[in-house]
Design a binder for this molecule. Structure first.
Ligand code: GAR
Length: 219
């Protein structure tokens, strides 16, 4: 079979730790038909395990520590120049535990996406799974959204729900959600970089809703 060569969008992933969502994105991007190439991984932590994983895939990496800069704006300007140097077009925050400045978000308007382990707008912030368990809700999940200046907020691209079972611990529940994160994040990046979505009045509209429905049914 001849696979047609497509022009891939250049994507950077921002991480702070383990990097399992980053790895899911990298693996998806290896498919010649996938519309994005992971060109750069940046961590704000020295010891992020994800950096070693990115190196294993021969992806360019950088570590930018906050201690090297006097302010959030200075940090974000350095981040931006690293991204521009590599001709990055889109940014995926994947467990990047740092708030991005308004200036940075404006500069990369509608080009930054984030994954969060809850059904937004519920359970923004940290310790989502424990809070879900404490509240005894029956359903939780994960969301991929376009980044806006408020934390874990912005137009939602995809959400997936998972059940909360009676004897769940934080560890069991987070694993169940993470498995779903690894599916919806690559699909969301595909929609964004192949321009199969448009954002109108901060609402994501799909060009082909039936393919999305088929994807969601396959989860
Ligand atoms: C993921 O569960 C992601 O949804 C969450 O951090 C984890 C990172 O894991 N992100 C947030 O909470 C953002 N507010 P990973 O490094 O293995 O992808």
């Amino acid at each position: 079979m001849v696979v047609e060569k497509i022009k891939k969008a250049n994507v950077a992933i921002l991480i702070s730790g383990r990097g399992s969502n980053m790895e899911a994105l990298i693996r998806a991007s290896k498919d010649p038909r996938y519309p994005a190439k992971i060109a750069l991984v940046i961590s704000n932590k020295n010891n992020a395990a994800g950096i070693e994983i990115a190196k294993k895939y021969k992806i360019k990496t950088a570590i930018i520590l906050k201690e090297q800069y006097n302010s959030r704006i200075d940090y974000d300007r350095a981040l931006s120049s690293n991204l521009l140097n590599e001709n990055i077009e889109y940014i995926c925050a994947a467990g990047f535990m740092r708030i991005l400045s308004e200036e940075f978000i404006d500069q990369w308007w509608n080009k930054i996406i984030n994954i969060h382990p809850s059904l937004l707008p519920s359970y923004k912030g940290l310790n989502t799974h424990q809070r879900v368990l404490d509240d005894r809700t029956k359903v939780t999940g994960c969301s991929v959204h376009i980044v806006r200046k408020e934390l874990d907020n912005g137009p939602i691209i995809i959400q997936a729900a998972v059940p909360v079972e009676e004897n769940d611990t934080e560890e069991i529940l987070s694993k169940r959600v993470l498995k779903m994160e690894h599916k919806i994040y690559p699909y969301s990046l595909m929609l964004l970089t192949s321009k199969k979505i448009t954002i109108n009045n901060d609402i994501v509209k799909y060009d082909d809703k039936s393919s999305l429905d088929n994807f969601l049914l396959s989860l």
